[in-house]
Design a protein around this ligand. Structure first.
Ligand code: GTP
Ligand code: MG
Length: 437
């Protein structure tokens, strides 16, 4: 997670790339929206084979989230889909809106994470030492450069402190239970990347051991990452399966705005080895996948599926129960609506949930909260609310239809849109203050 251009994808590429360089190409598996790195490859990178026995995790499945796309989509049963997170921040630019947003989400979900202070190679005078662990490359830098890094690093630590997190350069942390580790890295040169892997494994071991149980044989359970139109296939779903098995021909139940969708999986598609799905038009069909994994699903009737919604495999016997379960998972996000209150529209279930949470925390009444663009009907509905404090339309990462925009220009409705959740909350507070004055 992290702000746009701070280096999330480059870091993941480096993790993947260095593993290939070290001759383990076949071992890294490319998924839809995710990359699987087996434990052996990671341990190999750490350079000490004795570490192998210390780790119970079979490997790590990395999910890359684009900066403009809220991590909140990655939800499962009201929590975060991810067990661990990496927050990437450009050490030279420092904290940006989406860095703050990432931290808020992680705090709310209580997800353990590590902070990567990226782009250390851009620090004036830095002499790159390709793929070296941080301590080794740091030692090779001049005193001036070292001091510059420390200054910038402690600006990051200070920002974290302001957000309520005790943090420290990771190799100075004595207790990861109460202190966040910050790893100085260059995703570009690979410096510090082994350290990130080490800290991640440490966190996995410490925080997840009790929860590291999933069923490989049970019915598949996953989360919809994205609903995507594919040439020749129509709408498809990119999903992350986090439990059980999903097979071609399985009946699946998927969350949507109305009744859950029921359909049969026509094809399970994986990107070809080591190529990113985004740049890949050709897929490979597989008959079955087992958690944790990412896959693209082609099936009839996927229109209306929601990003962030659950997807569950059902059998004839369990169908009714599974439909009810999926429906209740979606309804959890819905809210007890007040007749007088603001209207919220968001791009995904996860972002909607996060917004509702933030506004409820401030005791702002909500008349309607829905996934989707701002339509003429929404605009009209907002205009029927007489109290100007609540005659407000909030849009997160959504479009405003032209007819809605036209209507809004003539009305007293306040329209607030942004792709940063906390900015919407702030803008609303500011608006309320202005109204009261
Ligand atoms: P979004 O997906 O758009 O949110 O961005 P991102 O966080 O994935 O950033 P990305 O990895 O695409 O990197 C953005 C730019 O920064 C690219 O031009 C990278 O080459 C560059 N970059 C990333 N990491 C480093 C680094 O460690 N050092 C330097 N010098 N450049 C970097
Ligand atoms: Mg990216």
């Amino acid at each position: 997670m992290g702000h746009v251009d701070h280096g999330k994808t480059t870091l993941l590429d480096k993790i993947r790339g260095t593993a290939i360089v070290s001759g383990e190409a076949g071992a890294i598996t490319q998924h839809i929206g995710a990359t699987e790195v087996p434990i052996d490859v990671i341990v190999d990178k750490l350079g000490d084979p004795r570490l192998r026995d210390r780790f119970m995790v079979p490997g790590l499945l990395f999910i890359d989230t684009p900066g403009h796309h809220a991590f909140t989509t990655l939800r499962s049963r009201g929590g975060a889909l991810a067990d661990l997170a990496i927050v990437v921040v450009d050490i030279n630019e420092g904290f940006k809106p989406q860095t703050f947003e990432s931290l808020q989400i992680l705090k709310r979900f209580k997800t353990p994470f590590v902070v990567v202070a990226n782009k250390i190679d851009r620090i004036g005078g830095w002499v790159p030492q390709k793929n070296m662990p941080f301590a080794a490359t740091f030692k090779k830098q001049s005193g001036d450069v070292q001091a510059r890094l420390e200054t910038k690093l402690y600006e990051v630590v200070g920002e974290l402190y302001n957000q309520g997190f005790a943090a420290e350069r990771y190799d100075r942390v004595t207790n990861f239970q109460n202190t966040l580790g910050v790893v100085p890295v260059s995703a570009f040169t690979g410096e510090g990347v082994p350290d990130v892997l080490m800290v991640l494994l440490g966190l996995a071991q410490r925080f997840l051991e009790a929860n590291l149980q999933y069923s490989a044989t049970g019915p598949g359970v996953g989360t919809v990452l994205e609903v995507k139109e594919e040439k020749g296939l129509g709408p498809t779903l990119d999903i992350i399966l986090y439990d059980g098995t999903l097979k071609k021909g399985d009946t699946v139940v998927i969350g949507s705005l109305g009744e859950p969708l029921q359909t049969k999986v026509r094809a399970l598609l994986k990107p070809r080895e080591l190529s990113e799905i985004r740049y890949e038009s050709k897929f490979q069909q597989v008959n079955k996948i087992t958690a944790a994994a990412g896959v693209k699903i082609s099936a009839p009737g996927l229109e209306g599926a929601l990003a962030g919604a659950p997807i569950r495999v059902a059998t004839e016997e369990t169908l009714e129960e599974i439909v009810a379960q999926v429906k209740s998972e979606i309804d959890e996000v819905r809210i007890d609506t007040d007749s007088v209150g603001i209207l919220i529209k968001a791009d995904t279930l996860g972002s909607l949930e996060a917004l509702v949470h933030e506004f409820k925390k401030d005791e702002v009444p909500i008349r309607k909260a829905e996934v989707g663009d701002i339509s003429h009907r929404d605009a009209v509905e907002a205009s029927t609310v007489e109290d100007p404090l609540y005659s407000v339309l909030i849009g997160f990462n959504v479009k405003v239809h032209p007819d809605a925009r036209e209507f809004l220009q003539e009305s007293n409705v306040k329209l607030l849109t942004s792709d940063v959740i906390y900015r919407l909350v702030e803008d609303y507070q500011k608006y309320v203050k202005e109204q009261k004055e």
